[in-house]
Design a protein around this ligand. Sequence first.
Ligand SMILES: [Zn+2]
Length: 1075
Amino acid sequence: MQVFLLLLGAVGALSLPFDDEGIFNTNTCGYESCHKPKPGMLNVHIVPHTHDDVGWLKTVDQYYYGSRNNIQKAGVQYILDSVIRELWEDQKRRFIYVETAFFWKWWVRQPVKVQAAVRDLVSQGRLQFVGGAWSMNDEAAAHYHSTIDQFTWGLSKLNKTFGACGVPRVGWQIDPFGHSREFASLLAMMGYDGLFLGRIDYQDKVNRLKQKTMEMVWRGDDTLGKSSDIFTGVLHNTYSPPPGFCFDVLCNDEPIVDDPESPIYNVESKIATFVELCANYAKSYRTNNILITMGEDFNYQDAGMWFNNLDKLIDYTNIKSAKEQLNITLFYSTPDCYLKAIKDANPQLPLKKDDFFPYASDPTAFWTGYFTSRPTTKYFERESNNYLQMVKQLQVLADLDKHNEFVLNELKSAMGVMQHHDAITGTEKQHVTHDYERLLNQAVDDAMIITKQALNKITQKDANKPPLFDFKRCHLNESRCDISENNDKFIVTIYNPLAWTVKEPIRIPVTDANYQVFGPDGKEIETQAIKIAKAVTDIPTRISTATKELLFITEIKALTYKSFYIKKSTKTKRSNHFEYFTNINEYFDSIKDNFETEKDNFETEKDILKPIEPIVLPTVEYKSINLDVLKDASNFKELDSLDKFLKGYKHDAKVSRMRVQYPKMNEDEMRMLADEPRTVERFDDEVSFENQYFKLDANKATGEIQQISFPDGSRLNLTINMYYYPGCPGRNSGPSDRASGAYIFRPNATVPTKLTIVKTEVANGDLATEFRSYLNPNGYLNTKIYKNLDFVENEFVVGPIPIHDGVGKEYIIKYETNIVNNGEFYTDSNGRQMIKRKLNYRPDWNVTLAEPIAGNYYPVTNEISIQNDDVKMTVLTDRSEGGSSIVEGEIELMVHRRLLWDDAFGVGEPLNETAMGSGLVVRGKHRVLIKNVKANTKKHVFQLHMPVHVLFSDATNIKYDEWLKLNNDFSFIDKDLPNGVHLLTLEPFDDRLLIRFENYLDDSEVQVNLGSIFKGLTVKNVKETMLAANIWADDYNKWSWNNDSVEKVDKIEGFVVKLKAKQIRTFVVDYDVKK
Ligand SMILES: [Zn+2]
């Protein structure tokens, strides 16, 4: 792998350098190279394209090489080979390519002669790149951090290889299942001129077709305003050719037979059909231009078939038009050229401000299941992003050798693949999931070399000394770690990738209760040993001897690493360092009787999380039909009838609205809250856990948490419960027979089934209190509060989801309160802006919902909240999930799904993940914040999105005294960045740096001095680029629409960067390393 990467690097270095002269120097490519539309005629832009999924039914390599053609006849290498030959044949022809992951794989394997021909085609605009990111990313589960990275990575390849002519101008999101507002904002910040979409909700589409609002100006962000505007066009027929005009080797449509002597001659009828179809398309658009997509999934393996027929279609139609004065003209075009024609026509366009979620393709097909599908892959992707950010930072900050960038690039590529709309979404086949995980795991492992080099170099204050430690990562999500389990002495190193100080609980899996933990200064720090719950030790994939977690809470400064020396202690600690109670009544008794010994009844507990025997799944013949009615324009009649069907199908969500004011506390209670933190008080029927921020009360009869109260006397009902929706079975013969599957969420009930509490446990100590409930069937919740931390952490373990009853299940966690939110809630858009949601409502059209639950689900990439005039409850997620507020005062998040039926959107498998012979078990966490409605909680969001890294080293060969002499606490910057400033990116960019700052505040400008942030670097020169480092900011001219004015972008003065509210600014920085 590494040898091959060397090759890649060499090719990149030989091609055009990324420099001030090279990159934005235009040739005859771009808008100049377009075939010109004719005034007064209907201009039909024929756009040949292929849609090449970076993994779906086959793996990335299977698709590239055309392996396993029994699964799907698809080989990307043949597509590119064939298209290039056909483009070369005829100057008029055009083609677009989208996925740089595939293009690059192909490019580096071409002989110089082919590369030269491709350069020519690109420089003449005959081959154009659209989108141009590493993959066509998903827009629900993908985080903006990774989206920006994968654009930067893909575009850098195009920039370096083709210069200005390789710069894509339009976004091409033709297959993702719904579209986010934040993505539109990101594209605008990258300087794209327009965006094309394939899939929008079918009701929305019917309206837009009727109202000619298929094209619009989309405002990406209210705070950023006009600067986030981007032209957005919805394609008429997703990305497919019109019915009857698919000329691919994979299609069965009739070719154009132009020999009049032939008995199958069909020119007249073909042209007549096509002209009629164009006239029909044109009815829904505002200018005299229409875009016809000529391509499908993995089309153009034999490009000659397509081009031969398109040549004829164009020529014969134009001849007929001239002869019969039809006022229609056809020509080869691209999305760029179509966009330019629209721009020149200058139509009045409607303004859109919300997003395109959720996406429904018919009344029962809400594509809201994939927000949660494959939760462990979604977590691994999130974790790997954080890992990528750390190694990028360390590569720069520790000034490591340039050749490390090969492993950095491997990880960038793997993360780019993971953003694909069949990767992070979980909508791929099972064997493809395994391949994605293999790819990512390998890349993360390889990149570990950077961490090892950087930390060894700084720890020893000398780059030339041999490495002292072998820093390793552990599976902390399963509470397991070889090093801490098997050594009496070890070192834990923590790195904070954020540019501000954080305070975090650290949990080390161990086999004993007695350890001493020494901080970097040699002082022993406070710890608490907590028994690992049986729900965790029973996870089938967990291979570990650890029985306890050693908890400590540490404060760690910005961009800092800190090491802790941990050794097994011979002395026994005070018994009240950890207390276990197998149910809450025992806990209650212990307080009453001042009972102070460790109780441990775990072993005798009935094994409720025992894996379930694999069962035989129902035999189903999976139809290969594609139920997506929007994929075929001939189905629009069906759409109309669906519309009518819906009008008579008024079915609203059953919402029980509680109107409860939360009671004030009495004086005694107020006084109690003023006591020292960590005291435990009891009421007649409840027990309480508290720190200085809040107090949680649990009902000892039911074992449920009941309310949370605050020092100001306010309190809120709060219960946390797990439920499941039974997944709908179905053979997918039509909308009424739809199954819940990898894409689609279709619960078979409007009220979920509540899991019952089997037993509760309390683990109580000086640093944390955990309130654990074991739930039936196969659920576990652990609500934790920590000393000095202002959030409630809610850990969950789900699975194996039982299916012995033949019913697939979708597990949710509900946070139930008495907040009156009037059916309104907020979800984040790709982890950045928040979007207001309203139950059973769409801002742009009158929605009719046949699916009251699934139709109200939205993607939650980072956070979901409900609020009233005073209080806001936010739940933060550690991965992307689907969520909603179906019932007043509640937030629900779907955390795991196991289903027995395919939903017939192509994947052909039920979403039934297993591991070690039973259903996959998922462990994760939410953090719950209950704050004043005006409080900015963004720092909490970042802290869960980019948590501190915890690395482990064996300390057998190093004595504590020697360790103390090392550099164990080192900050790469002098102080925290100012409030409001997030260091989004710090990475090597050839011999320069790429730095992004983000202002995460909604309402105020902030500034930061780039020249004086990093201790070891001297900043020499700073130049601003657009968001993906794709266009110099100075060279960018934003297009305006509706004759609107365009705001001029601020210039940077010296090294002082001013950031308007919500602004992200990107800089390429020349620097020296201070020696
Ligand atoms: Zn796709």
